[in-house]
Design a protein around this ligand. Structure first.
Ligand SMILES: C[S@@+](CC[C@H](N)C(=O)[O-])C[C@H]1O[C@@H](n2cnc3c(N)ncnc32)[C@H](O)[C@@H]1O
Length: 467
């Protein structure tokens, strides 16, 4: 018989002992592992369970009996509701210590291979306002912080972030501390304008509504891109909105929009229409410049991205005569970053627009020893491709959170590069992939890097060398 949530017990005086995956804090009660959001190791709390299985449970804090000395005051008024910064109430040095532990535990538990002790994690210089990209969602199903008996339809319109675990609920955000200042003002003024115009906010259940999302990207050069995503084509209203943005925020250097009539929010398969300005923004890194289009991936913490790339470059110990494969190259940032110390670099990436940017990025930086290919990695990186393009001496791979497809891992193993530099934003899938290479490669260095302060996310670079 399934137990009703209400029947689940309250655990009193639960000592929080860990912080881990999904940003949850962890306590132990007899044999039960209890996951508690927004608690900090060292806290002693009363927890109302919301889910209970044989070996683990989830719960919410209902009373804090003792505050951990590892706590700090979170500046954000949305902390505790918004899922973005689960660790904002934990001191930054402690966040780093838990990320270090997360990397170590993932490699140990999920990989099961030998590896040297990870080097101390490289922390982020900026721990607030470090993101260069943010996506907000319009919704007519705003989360009501103080539910009332009667709410006007218009009051249910919100513009902000999805609440964790609720695809259809939006937390209307006032100030977010992760982005540079124009993002907050832009969001708030755009929301007010759209409310005045009586535009409809999207309903994620019925898939009706005019306003869906908007994305802001700010480059270190000061270039600013804004992309509006509309739920259907309504030329007059689109023009009104875009005019408002253009006039209110003259600092926007690339103003674009997309019409998305699909049920999902992905826009990588849709056309971005330039309303005014350039179709891209320009990022700068050392003495290189990078054009970044609206559909292209670029690391969201620009300052740390430089450190990440420099660390990966140092690990590769290139001497200048190597053929390097840069897998999951995005806009070719790593390929172009390392090209000066390689004979040739081949970048492979799924998003065609990113590959087009990657080629332009080589061109505008005067780099002539790179080639880029667009397509799904598992389909492009074949034995024939390697025969045609040459066996790589070094592979740098930077896949998305899901890690690499098993066939990509075996293809790399078959190519037998002397070194593999594996950059990952998910140590769990990284450990899984490395375990597949265990027969042929040994792990010789592990370097975690923090790109996302206040979140549980950690980037990790592993160097593998042929046994
Ligand atoms: C973590 S990003 C790394 C980008 C790049 N290395 C950088 O630092 O800017 C992962 C990249 O993999 C691409 N990608 C995801 N799945 C892919 C696939 N199956 N085949 C090829 N590329 C893929 C994404 O579009 C994205 O650009």
């Amino acid at each position: 018989m399934r137990r009703n949530k209400k029947d689940l017990p309250i655990l009193q005086d639960l000592l929080i002992v860990d912080a881990g995956a999904e940003g949850m804090a962890v306590g132990r009660h007899d044999m039960l592992v209890v996951f508690v959001p927004f608690a900090v190791p060292g806290d002693i709390v009363d927890v109302k369970l919301t889910k209970k299985k044989k070996t683990y449970a989830e719960g919410k804090i209902i009373k804090i009996n003792k505050l951990s000395p590892l706590r700090t005051q979170p500046p954000c008024s949305h902390f505790g509701l918004c899922g973005g910064c689960r660790w904002q109430n934990m001191r930054y040095d402690i966040q780093l210590a838990f990320k270090q532990k997360l990397v170590n535990d993932s490699l140990q538990r999920l990989g099961g291979f030998d590896f040297p002790e990870p080097k101390p994690i490289i922390g982020s210089k900026d721990i607030f306002h470090y993101r260069n990209k943010v996506e907000f969602t319009f919704s007519n199903r705003k989360w009501l912080i103080h539910p009332a008996d009667h709410v006007e339809e218009k009051e249910m319109n919100g513009l902000g972030f999805h609440l964790p675990g609720m695809f259809d609920r939006i937390l209307d955000v006032d100030t977010c501390y992760l982005f540079e200042s124009p993002a907050n003002e832009m969001r708030n003024r755009l929301r007010d304008f759209c409310q005045e115009q009586d535009f409809t906010f999207y309903n994620p259940r019925t898939h009706l509504g005019f306003l869906r999302n908007f994305i802001i990207r700010l480059a270190s050069t000061g270039d600013l891109m804004l992309i509006m995503i509309f739920g259907y084509d309504s030329p007059d209203d689109i023009d009104k909105t875009m005019q408002f943005l253009k006039q209110t925020f003259p600092q926007i250097s690339s103003l674009q929009y997309v019409i998305n009539t699909k049920k999902n929010d992905t826009i990588t398969d849709l056309e971005c229409i330039v309303y005014s300005g350039l179709p891209y923004i320009t990022e700068k890194m050392n003495d290189l410049v990078f054009r970044v289009g609206p559909l292209s991936f670029f690391q969201t913490n620009s300052a740390q991205a430089l450190i990440l790339y420099q660390t990966a470059f140092d690990m590769a110990r290139l001497v200048g005569d190597e053929l390097v494969y840069d897998l999951y190259t995005g806009t070719g940032t790593i390929a172009n970053f390392i090209a000066h110390k390689a004979a040739h670099v081949i970048g492979i990436e799924y998003v065609e627009a990113a590959v087009a940017d990657a080629k332009i990025n080589s061109e505008i930086n005067g780099i002539r020893n790179t080639s880029f290919y667009a397509g799904d990695m598992a389909k492009i990186l074949t034995t024939e491709f390697i025969l045609e393009n040459g066996r790589p001496d070094v592979v740098i791979t930077d896949p998305p959170r899901a890690g690499m497809h098993a066939s990509v891992v075996s293809q790399i193993e078959e190519a037998r590069p002397g070194k593999i530099v594996y950059i990952s934003c998910n140590p769990a899938t990284q450990a899984r992939d490395i375990a597949l290479l265990e027969q042929t490669y040994k792990v010789t260095a592990v370097q975690p890097v923090d790109m996302f302060p206040h979140t549980q996310h950690v980037e990790n670079i592993v160097l593998l060398e042929l046994k």
